[in-house]
Design a protein around this ligand. Structure first.
Ligand SMILES: Nc1ncnc2c1ncn2[C@@H]1O[C@H](COP(=O)(O)OP(=O)(O)OP(=O)(O)O)[C@@H](O)[C@H]1O
Ligand SMILES: [Mg+2]
Length: 326
């Protein structure tokens, strides 16, 4: 079941480019990471999905409904945290859950307080007395307390310490395991690597890659060290075209592997080797190439979205505040 579908989604701010012909498809239960440099169009895409912005052209649906025309309805099943969290100074976590419960017509206090405890929030401290990270946590627990079908988070770990980042990751994994969908933007590669099933990278308003993390890992370069029986063999050995030689140093051949590790292992087995070590995929190297404006970034077929089925029309219940600062 497709939870988010955008087709040729375009937003221009007057003459300024927001996003350009963005195709995305996010399935139920996925944790989807949305990456890109500053100004690439992440927040614009997210604001289009929430119905805070009207598209210049193209379509966007969430939970099978048009993001602009049915904005109020789809917000009922979304938990959202904006990139720049703004909360009323008098608000406390407890009051926030009470208000959210009244708006949604169901009690979210009990679940909210459990989340507040996990995030080590003082439930009765007003926002004006909170540190930035704690304000971020209030926004997060408020977005998660009603266990929405879709969680949309714009740079959610900004301001969170590493332990709280782990807590958030645990919460998101639990939601996804229960069939909920998570869409989040990020600049932090490690959280994307540890959390996401699928990643899209937006650059200058366009999607430049949209792949499962497993595929990206298989495409990312790795370093490999082949230890041979003598330095003479190392100096003379011809290497297959799935590697480039970084250095030939004594008995060691240092390689950058761009092809399959299995192929390298097979080649190495036919050589007079003593040892072979292959490093982890260097995703950071790959992502930096996608971020780059240079023409040497990885050659990529047109980005394909991950959906295989048609968007469905779910039965929504509950309600959600329309303010971004909620
Ligand atoms: N209200 C606006 N009016 C005019 N241009 C805007 C507006 N909001 C965003 N833009 C432009 O749209 C482009 C995409 O901005 P957006 O905020 O979506 O980027 P982003 O990927 O979220 O970046 P960041 O990582 O810095 O948060 C930028 O060029 C930005 O200047
Ligand atoms: Mg942004």
């Amino acid at each position: 079941m497709s939870i988010i579908v955008t087709q040729q989604l375009t937003k221009a701010y007057g003459h300024r480019r927001g996003v350009d012909e963005v195709d995305l498809c996010v399935s139920a239960g996925e944790i989807f990471g949305f990456l890109g440099p500053n100004g690439a169009g992440k927040s614009t895409t997210i604001r289009l999905l929430l119905g805070f912005l009207k598209a210049s052209s193209g379509t966007a649906t969430v939970l099978g409904q048009d993001c602009w025309a049915r904005s109020a309805t789809i917000k009922q099943d979304i938990g959202y945290v904006a990139g720049d969290v703004r909360l009323y100074p008098w608000l406390t976590a407890r009051k926030a859950f009470q208000i959210a419960g009244e708006i949604r017509g169901r009690d979210v206090l009990a679940d909210g307080m459990l989340l507040a405890e996990r995030f080590r929030l003082e439930p009765d401290l007003p926002v004006r007395k909170m540190s930035r990270g704690n304000r971020q946590k209030v926004a997060l627990v408020l977005a998660l307390a009603h266990r929405p079908k879709l969680v949309v988070l714009d740079e959610p770990t900004s301001g969170l310490d590493p332990l709280m980042q782990d807590t958030l990751a645990d919460c998101l994994r639990e939601l996804a395991a229960a069939g909920h969908t998570v869409f989040f933007s990020s600049h932090t590669l490690s959280e994307v690597e540890s959390l996401c099933d699928r990643v899209a990278i937006v650059r200058e308003g366009r999607i430049v890659v949209d792949e499962s993390l497993d595929v990206l890992k298989s495409r990312a370069p790795r370093t490999a060290i082949v230890t041979m029986k003598s330095s003479t063999i190392v100096a003379d050995v011809a290497v297959p075209d799935i590697v480039t030689v970084q250095s030939r140093s004594g008995n060691e051949l240092h390689l950058q592997l761009t092809g399959s590790a299995v192929d390298l292992t097979q080649w190495a087995a036919s050589q007079p080797i003593v040892d072979l070590s292959i490093g982890k995929p260097n995703l950071e190297f790959l992502f930096r190439q996608y971020y780059n404006h240079d023409s040497d970034r990885p050659v990529q077929e047109p980005a394909t979205s991950g959906c295989t089925d048609a968007a469905t029309d779910p039965n929504n219940d509950g309600r959600f505040p329309t303010s971004e600062a909620s």
